[in-house]
Write a protein that binds this ligand. Structure first.
Ligand code: AMP
Length: 307
């Protein structure tokens, strides 16, 4: 099983109630591949500019991420800046500079074309499709998107959704994409656009999984320290897809564990700014938080006794 990821590799500038960081490492593919790399190898497809610091490339290499598909082009690296108010669930985009992403046309290295699992991270839906079309016979394709693309490229996004098995969206984006206030109805409407499953991410409230008639609700880990929600969604996807590729199964039990592991990785990502916490994370910490999640949501089944 081989996991391929395309998305942004970025320099982010972020303001939260707890501090400000300028031009730090970010991007959907960066968070995703770092988190997925704990479970197995990841093949990255992305573009950076001439100004992208070598130390960030070395960091991704140190996580075992395959960088054959990371290209450097003349120009500036993608930049995103955002602000979070006291309610950390809602990111306010201050500025998006596509820079080298504006005319990026991903060409997959031959060695990537047999990938079994694909994550189409948050980038232009035209590019997402271009990537999926170059993989010979993918087993499981997941995608993420955001308001920026829902507003500016809806028709293209709808085309991408026809090629996707699972869509990750946050609750506001689910409502926006479906034109429906109720999250359950919004998820059903998204399923009618093509994906077989949808994960609605609800920030500090956890995530809901919808597939056919199945619904699974996972709590988020109640964190005492939360500094920067940037990358939570991609870290969730990284934990989810990294585990699925490792598990070699797509059954309901594997999906549920994947959702919990998504929550585990996201909970670490937000503990510090940028990828600071993920840089020092280890497998034992992941295992022990997974066990805590289990305790958090476990209760005895005493159905006959409750009333
Ligand atoms: P999230 O996991 O949803 O918090 O995504 C955070 C990352 O998405 C940031 O590190 C940004 O660099 C990246 N990002 C923000 N806007 C865009 C966009 N329009 N296209 C691609 N990546 C983006």
């Amino acid at each position: 099983m081989a996991l391929l990821a395309v998305g942004s590799v970025a320099l982010d500038s972020v303001e939260t109630p707890f501090g400000t960081r300028r031009e730090v490492l970010g991007g959907s593919a960066t968070y995703f591949s770092t988190c997925a790399s704990f479970f197995g190898p990841v093949r990255l497809v992305a573009v950076v500019g001439e100004d992208f610091p070598d130390e960030h490339v070395s960091f991704l290499r140190s996580r075992g991420v395959d960088l054959a598909g990371l290209v450097r082009r003349p120009g500036r690296t993608f930049r995103w800046s955002g602000r979070y108010e006291f309610d950390l669930n809602q990111a306010h985009t201050l500025d998006t500079q596509l820079n080298v992403f504006a005319d990026f046309r991903p060409e997959l290295p031959e060695t990537y074309r047999d990938s079994s699992h694909i994550f189409l991270g948050n980038i232009d839906p035209d590019l997402q499709r271009r990537v999926v079309e170059q993989v010979r016979s993918p087993r499981f394709v997941a995608a993420d998107t955001m308001n920026f693309w829902i507003e500016s490229k809806r028709a293209s996004l709808v085309e991408t959704l026809k090629r996707v098995d699972l869509l990750f969206v946050n609750d506001a984006e689910a409502r926006q994409l479906a034109g429906e206030h109720n999250v359950v109805k919004a998820a059903r409407a998204i399923l009618s656009l093509g994906p077989k499953a949808v994960v609605v991410k609800r920030g500090e409230y956890g995530a809901l999984f919808f597939s056919g008639t199945e619904v699974f609700a996972a709590s988020a880990y109640p964190l005492p320290e939360l500094f920067d929600p940037t990358g939570a969604g991609d870290s969730f996807a990284g934990g989810f897809m990294g585990y699925l590729a490792r598990a070699r199964s797509l059954d309901h039990a594997a999906m549920r564990r994947a959702i919990v592991l998504g929550g585990v990785l996201a909970s670490f990502a937000v503990e510090k700014f940028s990828l600071e916490r993920l840089r020092v994370l280890n497998g034992d910490e992941i295992r022990s938080r997974f066990a805590e999640f289990r305790r958090l949501t476990h209760f005895e089944d005493l159905e006959s006794d409750i009333l």
